[in-house]
Design a protein around this ligand. Structure first.
Ligand code: UTP
Length: 414
């Protein structure tokens, strides 16, 4: 232990992070050991680089941005729709589809104390979001006669509670063996001086590393391997917080199969040029999503010859990947984006501070940054009222209330 402590001290001195041992002596033997292990493996060089990156703005000048083509589901002829549905259904019936739900986020805007999936959006049935998602799998089992494997990505913060919720609810009547949980990676949070924060327990404060961490987490936890073993061909990867998500979609699967696309994503037509959503585009010839904060006003308002927005395909985190590309994506490091957030911490006097204003950087990678590693992808435009009811904020837009109304309208429950 002494030797380990000396090694850690040396490492911390090198990177100016000595404060991380300030409360070492007050910790239990177990925690002391855990702290030393965490600090020994922590990549302080990476943190230094990430801290430096917070001082520069991303520069998109010089990149060639172009519109991307899409297929509109509404504009498919009856024959086409039938053709793709049949192909997709065949894939699904043959057990070629698996679903990953990314539920590792912190859900700070919603402000619910448990995992977001445990939230009751106020339906008459009082189903939780997890149960609403599970209904898709139960319906597919009835319709196609297959039990589709369901993988849920959690984080250190919410893993135990998520698993306990599924256990308590008997997996909502879906076979337990078909449901697998895996944890995503974390990164330390740093203050405005680049110092790693200590959490309430005087350990380094860690936060989930963003939905872009899904590929690496799938590889590290053997999820890709498990899918390969099962003969899975297609993996739908989506967020936990869209109560109208259609993770098992024969049309999307059929189109991707028929057109030989390794990635197929759903889009919605952007409600207006100012809507705060990322839009699909091509950047330097590769598929990409340009975030609403990055898009210039000119681009946001640009229209094609039919009067439609040139950059009007909103990304809704509904993406289907062929298993062949997943490993490649998992082996590539995605860039991290810094977000300035409110984060409670233990100060140098050992007091827990709960700040009123943002005080710390959290680093996240974004799933759609992986698109630039793919030569081409299919973008399928679907209808907002059929497939998109997000639960993001406690009140107002994209809140439980708006999601509940959209869900009830779609299911004719009013
Ligand atoms: P959001 O970016 O909306 O984040 O995640 P969030 O955590 O739900 O909410 P805020 O921003 O803290 O209020 C979109 C989807 O990606 C998942 C979320 O669980 C959600 O399903 N996600 C996000 C992860 O699984 N891990 C992450 O690190 C971040």
């Amino acid at each position: 232990m002494e030797e380990k402590l000396l090694m850690v001290k040396e490492k911390l001195e090198k990177y100016g992070q000595e404060h991380l041992l300030n409360f070492y002596e007050t910790l239990s033997e177990n925690k002391k050991n855990q702290l030393l292990d965490e600090l020994l493996t922590m990549d302080f060089k990476q943190l230094q680089d990430l801290y430096n990156s917070t001082k520069t703005q991303p520069n998109y000048e010089g990149a060639k941005i172009e519109p991307i083509s899409h297929v509109s589901k509404e504009e498919l002829s009856e024959e086409e729709l039938e053709k793709y549905t049949t192909i997709g259904e065949e894939e699904i019936k043959n057990g070629k589809l698996a679903v990953v739900t990314m539920a590792g986020g912190q859900g700070t805007r919603l402000g619910h104390s448990g995992p977001k999936g445990t939230y009751d959006i106020g339906l008459a049935s009082h189903k939780s979001i997890f149960e609403i998602l599970c209904d898709n799998f139960k319906l597919a089992r009835e319709k196609y006669g297959v039990v589709i494997p369901w993988y849920l990505m959690t984080s250190d913060e919410n893993h135990e509670e998520t698993v306990a919720f599924f256990e308590k609810n008997n997996y909502f009547g879906y076979p337990k063996e078909a449901v697998q949980f895996f944890k995503q990676g974390t990164l330390p949070m740093i203050n405005t001086n680049g110092k790693v924060l200590l959490d309430e327990e005087r350990m380094p404060k860690l936060a989930p590393d963003g939905h872009g961490g899904v590929f690496e987490a799938m590889r590290k936890n053997g999820v890709i391997y498990s899918m390969q073993e099962k003969g899975i061909e297609w993996v739908f990867i989506g967020g936990v917080d869209n109560v109208l998500v259609k993770p098992i979609d024969p049309v999307l699967t059929g189109l991707a199969t028929e057109k030989n696309m390794l990635v197929a994503c759903k889009s919605l037509v952007k409600a207006n040029p100012q809507e705060k959503v990322g839009v699909f585009c091509k950047k330097d010839g590769r598929p990409n999503v340009i975030e609403y904060i990055e898009i210039s006003e000119e681009m946001a308002n640009a229209k094609d010859e039919n009067g439609q927005l040139l950059y009007g395909e909103a990304h809704i985190l509904c993406n289907q990947f062929n298993i062949k590309i997943l490993e490649e994506l998992a082996n590539n490091k995605l860039p991290y984006h810094a977000a300035f957030k409110k984060a409670s911490y233990t100060n140098e006097n050992g007091e827990v501070i709960k700040p009123e204003e943002p005080n710390a950087y959290k680093f996240e990678s974004f799933l759609f940054d992986a698109f630039s590693l793919i030569p081409d992808m299919l973008v399928l435009r679907v209808k907002r009222e059929e497939e998109f009811a997000p639960v993001k904020n406690a009140t107002g837009v994209d809140s439980p209330e708006t999601a509940r109304n959209l869900y009830n309208n779609f299911h004719h429950l009013n």
